[in-house]
Write a protein of this length. Structure first.
Length: 267
């Protein structure tokens, strides 16, 4: 344990489960002040109780629906009234997809973009003026290896993650003359309920655990690596299993990568 995160004000979305919940506990053990957000208030309160037990300096539960963009500026104002400022924003909220592109309705495409991309951008934009006023802040966004390359059955999800990379790469360049940092975190397979909650082509949850997801790294390990990237001020980090090799293959051997990705199992 270091003192880097001690007494930092850290706002985590997607905090009720998965990587987000693991990040809450990791930050709590470092003595941070926490703001926890997701749509599921009862689950947030459960996580808040555990975070307090693990040593969080304080915990605020702030329900937030990333799909409700118009509510976000008001929620940010409420949080800032309670905290004064936010030192680190960790954008971890989102939803995935499991279906062929041709069998995915446009409404599902829109829903995933509204949550993963527009919701994350709306929260970041609402919080950014305060960071600029205080001349401090770190914006961290959990994207995915699929933000670096698309795979079968993930067209909408990959599109939303690619969009986040475009936005935050541009934002980082724009903030280059300020002390505010921007970090993109790209996990591979992590053992969470992301595949169970992923939307099928008709918008219903898939309801089953993917084999690859079930064999992925633990959320705790993903959280540990994320905090290390924040501490080190990294612009972008990738971690996972063999899926990370795909990033290098696509960059160095794109034609070969194209052949490999076509053989990925789509069931």
């Amino acid at each position: 344990m270091s003192d880097f995160f001690q007494n930092k004000r850290i706002w985590i979305t997607g905090a009720s489960s998965g990587i987000g919940e693991a990040l809450v506990y990791a930050c709590a053990e470092e003595g941070a002040h926490l703001v926890l957000s997701s749509r599921k208030e009862p689950e947030l309160r459960r996580v808040a109780t555990t975070a307090t037990e693990k040593g969080a300096a304080s915990v605020i539960v702030q329900p937030l629906d990333l799909a409700d963009h118009t509510s976000i500026p008001g929620i940010v104002s409420l949080v800032l009234q309670k905290t004064g400022k936010v030192d680190i924003l960790i954008n971890c909220g989102g939803i995935s997809q499991r279906e062929l592109a041709m069998d995915t309705t446009l409404e599902v495409d829109k829903k995933i973009m509204n949550i993963n991309y527009f919701g994350t951008v709306a929260l970041t934009k609402a919080l950014l003026p305060g960071m600029l006023t205080h001349q401090l802040g770190h914006i961290v966004t959990i994207t995915s290896v699929t933000g670096k390359y698309g795979t079968p059955m993930r067209s909408a999800y990959a599109a939303s993650k690619h969009a986040l990379h475009g936005f935050f790469d541009s934002l980082r360049a724009e903030l280059g003359h300020t002390p505010i940092r921007v970090t993109l975190v790209c996990p591979g397979f992590v053992r969470t309920n992301v595949s169970i909650n992923a939307l099928a082509g008709d918008g219903r949850p898939q309801g089953i655990m993917d084999e690859a997801t079930n064999k992925g790294m633990t959320p705790e390990e993903a959280a540990r690596r994320t905090l290390r990237a924040i501490r080190q001020g990294k612009e972008e980090v990738w971690f996972g299993g063999r899926e990370v090799v795909g990033i290098y293959l696509k960059r160095l051997f794109p034609a070969y990568f194209s052949k490999v990705i076509r053989r990925v199992k789509v069931t």
